[in-house]
Design a protein around this ligand. Structure first.
Ligand code: EPU
Length: 425
């Protein structure tokens, strides 16, 4: 298991280039299942989850190749596909659930292993299954698998109201509805940029979707879809992480190939913290030349403040002037990493959905452990400003969301290396 060894204190200066969003690419690969033929997806990040999704698609009968050099995945989908997603892959990556909708749509059935618990919360699937049932499917939980069958004539369009704008449930129902009989309305749909990206690919494939980018999606089923070429939307969370990196280190980072509109609230928060943010023609530049002021944050579905930037903002608040309240509304266990942050001397108290952070003028380097992707990013950011050495363990989590993170950080001036951690005998 590798670790990051960080010597704190460097000011990060320079330029980074953002590639496609993990949370879009993986779903776009599942979307490919909806059309026989050859789909090409560009700007797919070189991360383990892409390898896992590629393997899942292969087991369903597809030929899949990925080039890390061009960040392109090619998926050849046969006329007939399998309908089972095994536990050995699903347990490694919750995004595997993205094949559920396409499998029911294409084959009339799906056996998808239940992903189970997760380090950031319970993450139910009730809205996915309730929506499919409303479209006429039967759903059973058998031997650890979600077993879904569409009615004989296929799924039937209907009105689905989501209790909460779940990203995953919106995606499942969207992918199930594009070739269903009649019209499906998804009310209170999630409208994250990654959902818009999926809609755009589906539209290019021949789907009929109204209300893209809104919380009311109206989908008129079509009989078939065609394979297309598509480029993944830029990763707003990676871009936002770089923005925080600039502010926390008192640096100056230009983020290229990012869409600043997808980060409006987060960038606005950084301005409130004292940063200078300049919107450029292909992204933004963030400069900071003083100690940040503490900023309150409340996570909400898009266009609210993203939960995937919450740990990075807690790290920022831990060295800010003043106190801040961070409220987490999406994943109940996302504050687990706070325990690790306090090992660096951060003063954070959590109570249910709330974390109260009292900014300290200095953190103190220590060994810490990443508990999930974003927690890992938050701990690295904290390590960059901690006095002395911080070692971040379990960085396989970080590798799942940030390609060559340490190399990019080094390029900007950080003192960070990847090391293979000594094994206990
Ligand atoms: N939920 C239910 N029932 C459902 C669906 C969701 O109770 O049927 C709950 C979940 O338990 C959770 C909340 O609703 O508490 C939000 O879940 P949502 O479905 O919106 O999220 P997701 O699809 O599981 C995706 C991203 C997450 C990101 C969230 C919110 C992927 C693979 N994951 O998760 O990304 O935080 O949307 O934006 O797309 C990450 O990248 O680090 C990450 C965790």
């Amino acid at each position: 298991m590798d670790v990051f060894r960080i010597q704190g204190g460097a000011r990060l200066v320079g330029e980074v280039h953002i590639t496609g969003a993990k949370n879009s690419s993986l779903k776009l690969m599942a979307v490919a299942l909806l059309a026989p033929g050859k789909t090409t997806i560009r700007a797919v990040p070189n991360i383990l989850d892409v390898t896992i999704m590629a393997e899942l698609l292969r087991r369903l009968g597809c030929s899949v190749s990925y080039s890390a050099e061009t960040e392109t995945v090619e998926i050849d989908v046969p006329a007939t596909i399998e309908h089972r997603a095994d536990y050995d892959l699903v347990r490694r990556m919750r995004a595997s659930i993205a094949v559920l909708g396409p499998l029911v749509a294409r084959t009339g059935a799906a056996d998808v292993a239940l992903p189970g618990g997760d380090a950031i919360g319970s993450r139910g699937l009730d809205m996915h299954t309730a929506g499919l049932e409303r479209m006429g499917a039967t759903v059973a939980n058998e031997h650890g698998y979600l077993v879904v069958h569409a009615p004989d004539g296929g799924l039937v369009g209907t009105h689905v109201y989501l209790d909460f704008p779940s990203v995953g449930a919106t995606e499942t129902l969207l992918m199930a509805a594009v070739t269903a009989n009649g019209v499906t309305v998804i009310d209170n749909a999630a409208r994250e940029p990654e959902i818009v990206d999926i809609c755009n690919m589906l539209l290019a494939m021949g789907a009929q979707i109204d209300g893209v980018g809104t919380s009311l999606l109206t989908i008129t089923g079509v009989s078939s879809l065609k394979a297309v070429e598509h480029t993944t939307v830029a990763d707003r969370i990676v871009a936002g992480t770089w923005a925080v990196a600039a502010v926390i280190t008192g640096g100056d980072i230009t983020v290229r190939n990012a869409n600043s509109e997808h980060l409006s609230i987060a960038l606005e928060k950084l301005v409130t913290a004292g940063a200078e943010v300049e919107i450029t023609n292909d992204g933004f530049r963030v400069q900071m030349n003083k100690r940040p002021t503490a900023i309150d944050v409340v996570t909400l579905p898009y266009p609210g403040f993203p939960t995937d930037l919450q740990p990075q903002f807690i790290a920022l608040n831990s060295i800010a002037e003043g106190s801040a309240m961070v409220t987490e509304n999406l994943f109940e266990a996302r504050f687990r990493f706070v325990q690790e942050l306090t090992r660096l001397g951060a003063e954070v108290r959590t109570d249910g959905h709330h974390a109260l952070i009292r900014g300290r003028s200095q953190l103190s380097g220590a060994p810490v452990e990443a508990t999930d992707i974003r927690a890992g990013a938050g701990l690295v950011l904290a390590g960059l400003v901690a006095d002395g050495e911080t070692t971040v363990h379990a960085i396989d989590h970080i590798d799942r969301g940030y390609v060559d993170f340490e190399k990019q950080l080094s390029k900007l001036g950080a003192n960070i290396i990847r090391e293979t951690s000594p094994q206990l005998s």
